[in-house]
Every structure is written in structure tokens, then in C-alpha cells.
Design a protein around this ligand. Structure first.
Ligand SMILES: Cc1cc2nc3c(=O)[nH]c(=O)nc-3n(C[C@H](O)[C@H](O)[C@H](O)COP(=O)(O)OP(=O)(O)OC[C@H]3O[C@@H](n4cnc5c(N)ncnc54)[C@H](O)[C@@H]3O)c2cc1C
Length: 411
């Protein structure tokens, strides 16, 4: 499937030298046409597939060292399997390679897109006219209850390892796809837990300052599905994430989420066995198509497509006035605001599970996931997203906002 060359030593200017050695080699991407290796450091590619472990989109290339491909398909690197090609796709496996690739792109004034597991991205059909930097670094260092992760670690694997180590703090985040480095970006959360509760520091390359910085939890400015990194998307490249976990003698953090408590048959606030907590979450998630399964098109999504609306007191009053006897979910949010459920709004606006007849439909398991049934384009998906957003606005006067990051497209 993949052309390779004879292994070579790492060279002082690896990119330039390897360019001469490997330029012009053909790699056949799974499901796509041939693409060209521009230059590769060390051996560059070897046969096989990468990223097929739980939590990442299946990638058609296996990478050793920095790899640079031109006109490389991005769809196989996203969980939606959507998006056109990258003019240049760089895969970096060490922090130094990541920083060097970012510096190179910035110095050249080249548009740069950071890519982890591709599970929160909607990439336009035209692709990305610039450099896509795929962060494939590895590192899981556990010291007591302190954990340091390289950005490219697969998050679902990380949770499994912390649970196996008997440590609490991220067990309710089991089964969430993507990379560790992306978790601070949108303050990943589920089932009553979010990474903001356990992240102590983020080590990032600051593109503005041109240096590596360490940001404390407070400096990350975490809020619901948001952070400093999301607010300022072209500034920071997350290299490492540090967590303080809890040794609760094999017990989980206190159960907060009503559905989890109900399923476990415990009261909110109780602790349960760690593995049981993670296993219960995985079962609940799987029932909603929220655990990646290549065979199941309900999981060809970016997870929740819309964030739960957080309404000011005034907006909430206007919203409830339109409910016409219905009772919407309502949860207290900071600053006197109220969070309601995007899934509920979508359902009650008439977009029930499986809605749509085209190549992109709502998941048959969860109204909040917009899915590619196998042959959709990004435009198909966006047309559905606009229909849902407009329908909810017409029914309830509430504006839904997309959770995934849009690349070259807008709702
Ligand atoms: C089936 C499914 C279920 C999901 N369930 C949940 C859920 O329960 N809760 C939840 O919060 N999310 C959920 N998600 C969304 C997604 O998994 C998370 O947002 C995840 O953290 C994205 O990680 P990623 O590596 O795939 O990021 P990508 O999709 O590759 O990138 C997302 C954004 O982060 C940026 N980025 C990536 N890596 C870095 C880095 N190292 N430094 C700086 N920026 C970076 C990218 O440029 C992009 O802007 C789900 C997605 C799917 C497909």
C-alpha cells in the first residue's frame, strides 16, 4: 500500500536531504488517488495504518519522523470523513518537530491548521490551502497522582490507563475521541466532568512570542466548551498537558450527572468503583453513537454539532414564554444564566433522530450528532446544519452555535 525507501540516518538538515532521497515517491491513500511525498526525514513512512486505535479517525499513513505530503486528502483524518485535501500535510512526532514546523510555516506566512484526531473539525470541500500540521507526539508520564501527556496521545487510551492505574479525575470522559492536546482547547467535558477540573498546566508554543510557555489552569481561562486556546486559535500550539488526578482508593470522583447516577443506582455525590464508572459511561455513550465505530455511520460525526445554549435571564424568559406548555431542561450556569439542552430543542423543533433523507442526516441514536452516511460532502452536512439551526430559531427564538471548528466554511 505504501512505498518506502531504505532507512537513512537522521541528518543535520533532514528535510532538505531526505527531500532528495524520497521526493517523488508515491503513497496510495486509502480510498483515494496517489499523493506525492515532498520530503521526508528518516525513513518517513512504512506500510500499515496509523491512528486506528479507539479515539482517532483511521489514517491511511504510518509515520516515523517528520513526514511532509502534498495534496494530501484530509477526509480520512477526520471522524466525519469530510473535507478536501491539504496543500501540504506535515506529521510531527516530537515536540521539537512540532515547534520547527510551526516556526517554518509562520516564517513563510503560510496558513497553518493544527490537527489532532480530527474529531472536532468540519473541513470545507475545497480543503486547506496551506500547511496542516498533524500532531502525533507520544508521552504518558505518571508520577504519583501527577500526569503529563504529550499532545498527540489518544485521549480515550489515556482515560483507560488512568482508570487502570486506580486514579480518579477523568473517568467520566471515557470514550471521547481525539488527542490529549485538544482537550484544553474546548475544555472537553461529558457526564458531569470536564478537563478544567484536573488540568494544572498546559505547555504550549506561543506563536506570537515565538517561545514555549507554561500556562496555569487560571491562565487557560476555561469555561463551558471554551478556553483561551479556542478564543485565540492562531496563537497557541499545545505541546503537553499536565493533570492532578486523585487517588481515591480505586473509587471514582463523586457522580454528578443524573443519568449516570440513575444507571449506576446511586445518589448524586456518591463515589463508585472507577472501572464501573468508566464502563457505564462507555455504555451510555455507545447507545448514543458517541463512541467511534468505523462500521456505524451514526459515529461518522464530530460528536455534538451544537453547544448547549447558555441564556441570559432575559433570553431565558423570552424562551420559556414560547414553550407552550412544554418544560425544557434547565441547568444553572455562571452569572445568573441558564443552560438548556440543544438536543431537546432540536427534537422539539421537529428534527427527530435520523432526520434527513440525504447523504448527511441526524444520527439515528442522538439528535445532536450530524452524520455522514458514507458519501456526503461538507456542503451536504452544512445544509443540514443550517436547516436545523434555522428551524430551532424559528420554533424557540434560540440561536444554536456550532461546537466543531469550521475550516474554510461557515454555518
Ligand atoms: C463521536 C464523538 C463524540 C464526542 N464526544 C465529545 C464529548 O463528549 N465531549 C466533548 O467535549 N467533545 C466531544 N467530541 C468532540 C471531540 O472529540 C473533542 O473536541 C476532542 O478534544 C477533539 O480532539 P481532536 O484531537 O480530534 O481535535 P481536532 O478535531 O483535530 O481539532 C480540534 C481543534 O483543536 C485544535 N487543536 C488540535 N490539537 C491542538 C493542539 N495540540 N494545540 C492547539 N490546538 C489544537 C485544532 O486546530 C482545531 O481547532 C466528540 C467527537 C466525536 C466524533
Amino acid at each position: 500500500m505504501v512505498g518506502t525507501g531504505t532507512p537513512v540516518r537522521r541528518l543535520s538538515s533532514p528535510m532538505r536531504m531526505a527531500s532528495r532521497l524520497f521526493e517523488g515517491r508515491t503513497v496510495r491513500a486509502a480510498g483515494g488517488g496517489p499523493i506525492w511525498i515532498a520530503y521526508v526525514s528518516t525513513i518517513g513512512v512504512r506500510p500499515g495504518t496509523a491512528g486506528t486505535r479507539a479515539g482517532h479517525a483511521a489514517a491511511p499513513y504510518t509515520v516515523v519522523g517528520v513526514q511532509v505530503l502534498q495534496n494530501a486528502p484530509l477526509a480520512p483524518l477526520t471522524t466525519l470523513r469530510l473535507g478536501g485535501p491539504a496543500r501540504r500535510l506535515v506529521t510531527a512526532t516530537t515536540d521539537d518537530e512540532v515547534v520547527a514546523a510551526v516556526r517554518e510555516a509562520d516564517a513563510a506566512g503560510e496558513p497553518l491548521l493544527l490537527l489532532g484526531g480530527g474529531s472536532n473539525l468540519v473541513i470545507g470541500d475545497a480543503g486547506f490551502d496551506g500547511t496542516v500540521l498533524r500532531i502525533a507526539t507520544r508521552g504518558f508520564e505518571l508520577d504519583g497522582t501527577r500526569l503529563e501527556l504529550a499532545a498527540g496521545e489518544v485521549w480515550a487510551d489515556v482515560v483507560a490507563r488512568t482508570v487502570a492505574s486506580g486514579l480518579a479525575g477523568v473517568e467520566f470522559l471515557a470514550g471521547i475521541p481525539g488527542s490529549a492536546g485538544a482537550t484544553p482547547v474546548q475544555n472537553v467535558g461529558a457526564y458531569g466532568q470536564e478537563v478544567a477540573e484536573t488540568i494544572t498546566e498546559v505547555v504550549a508554543y506561543d506563536r506570537q512570542a515565538g517561545e514555549t510557555v507554561v500556562l496555569t489552569n487560571a491562565e487557560c481561562a476555561f469555561s463551558y466548551r471554551h478556553s483561551r486556546f479556542k478564543a485565540d486559535p492562531n496563537r497557541y500550539v499545545v505541546l503537553r498537558v499536565r493533570f492532578a488526578l486523585e487517588d481515591a482508593a480505586g473509587q471514582s470522583s463523586p457522580v454528578k450527572y443524573a443519568e449516570v447516577a440513575r444507571t449506576l443506582g446511586v445518589a448524586a455525590g456518591e463515589r463508585v468503583d472507577l472501572a464501573t464508572a468508566a464502563g457505564t459511561v462507555l455504555e451510555l455513550r455507545a447507545g448514543k453513537g458517541m463512541v467511534l465505530d468505523p462500521e456505524d455511520h451514526d459515529t461518522w460525526s464530530a460528536g455534538s454539532f451544537f453547544t448547549n445554549p447558555v441564556l441570559t435571564a432575559e433570553q431565558y424568559a423570552a424562551f420559556t414564554a414560547r414553550l407552550d406548555g412544554l418544560t425544557a431542561p434547565a441547568f444553572p450556569a455562571p452569572d445568573g444564566r441558564t443552560k438548556t439542552s440543544a438536543a431537546w430543542l432540536i427534537d422539539k423543533a421537529g428534527f427527530t433522530k435520523g432526520y434527513g433523507t440525504g447523504r448527511a442526516t441526524l444520527s439515528t441514536k442522538h439528535t445532536l450528532a450530524l452524520t455522514n452516511r458514507g458519501s456526503a460532502s461538507t456542503e451536504d452536512l452544512l445544509a443540514l446544519a443550517r436547516e436545523v439551526r434555522d428551524g430551532v430559531r424559528a420554533a424557540f427564538g434560540v440561536e444554536l452555535v456550532n461546537e466543531p471548528v469550521m475550516v474554510g466554511v461557515a454555518l
